[in-house]
Design a protein around this ligand. Structure first.
Ligand code: TXE
Length: 485
């Protein structure tokens, strides 16, 4: 990493600035376990500076013509595409994910997020209602003010851009806090936004920890809209902080997603799809299908073939082109994964594949945070490992005998984010999709995303929906104007 990125800074009022307190956190590279840069350890004073900048910028930005906002966001897309390689490498180094994944998914999707909302705002419809001969009503959808955007470490730029783009496209100003574990691409995005001509103060990025910066954002009276993606435990704290101030809050939280394979499915497709949904990004995607249920008549064949394919995934240095599986994001997360694999064996599970950290990957990565793709069979459906989010390359495979039984298994969980159903029976696909309690149901696929559709979860997977019109509605305030005839 070039020396100038050794110490990244906050981006406030269009300037890169040191944290007021002058403190920095080590930014650890997951593949090596060593610090490679330093991140501002900001606090409420830095958030105050950001609020002042965002407040000052709001009048101008909220009255900037939509076409001009759109043009600036499209310029950001151009620059993300120009800097694809630089951004992908930064994302890979910061997160431990394979460079190929950052290059092929994370960074292109960040560009798509900006492009989608840059164009969506050009085509929004206005509503009007005529009240008999009495009145004419029209609805104004106005920007809400300063938005607080808090994002996690698993898909840093992908998820942060999914918040920044709609928030500023709608005319709000924003204060964003990326995860302190993976700050680099947020920092590089600020350079891009400045080069694209985004007016100062429209986007402000304050780096730091959740308790020092995240909590200051959710508690600030002038930040009326909060969009949070992260763990359910933290999501609860965010909701508690916002509730007394009646803030508008969107929470995209954890998941423990069922992946159901019926005997009548195309088994090769189901295995290939399940391999992705189990281990993409080392299983660190809230949408991963970590509870695999397979109809009993094909269970043994599925397990044998799945384990064989999973054993061929190449665990390696994230920067090497041949790597399919990189490092886990942090020592804390690695320890969490190890804890659950140990617990699975205590709960009666059998390790059918993996179950431990590999021998040294290479000289560079000998102290990195690696864990082999792990398949566990033989667990009770309701044990802790089948109920709690592990957020690593660990899945369970459980047999079932009929549709009612597996839908009961799928729904018997505190989370309700996403699910996959593999079947060639169309009626069954519709029937099962209707009965599963998740915000998204993929049939014969996984992580196929149309940015227009509502995205989010039920139960402890969150509140509210992101994406498409839902995001535009979230980041605007509807006002009804009623004019008497
Ligand atoms: O995320 P946190 P963590 C799950 C996954 C993981 C667990 C915890 O199971 O093991 O969450 O991960 C900021 N007020 N997911 O601890 O704490 C924090 O700085 C305001 C699922 O890494 O949720 C970071 O920027 N903000 C998830 C962001 O919240 C606070 C993806 C997320 O951190 C805060 C990641 C506070 N009090 C983890 N405390 C998904 N749904 O994709 C922390 N933060």
């Amino acid at each position: 990493m070039p020396a100038e990125l050794d110490k990244i800074r906050n981006f406030i009022d269009g300037q890169f600035v040191e944290p007021v307190g002058g403190r920095y956190l080590d930014n650890i590279e997951p593949a090596t376990g060593k610090a490679y840069s330093h991140v501002p350890d900001s606090d409420g004073r830095d958030v105050e500076l950001a609020v002042a900048a965002a407040e000052k910028a709001f009048a101008g930005w909220s009255h900037t013509p939509t076409a001009d906002r759109s043009r600036i966001l499209l310029r950001i897309v151009d620059l993300i595409e120009r800097d694809l390689e630089k951004l992908a490498r930064a994302e890979s180094v910061d997160t431990g994910k394979p460079l190929s994944l950052a290059r092929g998914l994370d960074i292109p999707r960040a560009g798509s997020n900006f492009r989608f909302f840059a164009t969506a705002i050009l085509h929004t419809e206005s509503e009007a209602h005529i009240t008999d001969g009495v009145a004419f009503n029209y609805t104004l959808r106005q920007p809400r003010g300063i938005a607080g955007l808090i994002s996690p470490w698993n898909l840093p730029l992908y998820l942060l851009s999914w918040k920044i783009a709609p928030a500023i496209a709608c005319g709000n100003t924003a204060i964003a806090k990326p995860s302190e574990l993976t700050p680099m691409t947020a920092y590089l995005l600020c350079e891009i936004c400045r080069e694209a001509g985004l007016p100062k103060g429209v986007l402000n990025v304050v780096h730091g920890t959740g308790p020092n910066v995240g909590a200051a954002i959710t508690a600030h009276s002038k930040i009326g809209t909060i969009s949070f993606t992260g763990g359910t435990v933290t999501g609860r704290k965010v909701a508690e902080s916002c509730a007394p101030m009646f803030k508008k809050v969107s929470l995209e939280l954890g998941g423990k997603n069922p992946n159901i394979v019926f005997a009548d499915a195309d088994q090769d497709a189901a295995i290939a799809g399940s391999l992705r949904s189990s281990f993409a990004n080392q299983g660190q995607v809230c949408l991963c299908g970590s509870r695999v249920f397979v109809e009993r008549s094909v269970y043994k064949d599925f397990v044998d073939h799945f384990v064989e394919k999973a054993s061929q995934l190449r665990l390696g240095d994230p920067l090497e082109a041949t790597t399919d599986q990189g490092a886990i994001v942090s020592k804390t997360q690695l320890d969490k994964v190890k804890f659950y694999v140990d617990l699975a064996q205590q709960e009666g599970g059998t390790i059918a594949l993996g179950g431990s950290s590999p021998e040294a990957i290479n000289e560079r990565c000998q102290s990195g945070y690696f864990f082999s793709p792990t398949v566990i069979t033989g667990l009770p459906v309701s044990c802790r490992v089948n109920r709690e989010e592990i957020f690593g390359p660990v899945i369970t495979i459980t047999p079932f005998d009929n549709e009612d039984e597996v839908i009961g298994y799928a729904n018997d969980n505190e989370y309700g984010l996403a699910s996959s159903v593999w079947t060639q029976n169309l009626n069954r696909a519709h029937r099962v999709a209707e009965r599963i309690h998740t915000g998204t149901v993929w049939v014969n696929c996984w992580l196929v995303r149309d940015l227009r559709v509502p995205f989010g979860g039920m139960k402890q997977s969150g509140v509210g929906r992101e994406g498409g019109d839902e995001a535009l509605r979230f980041f605007t305030e509807p006002k009804n104007v009623c004019i008497a005839k």
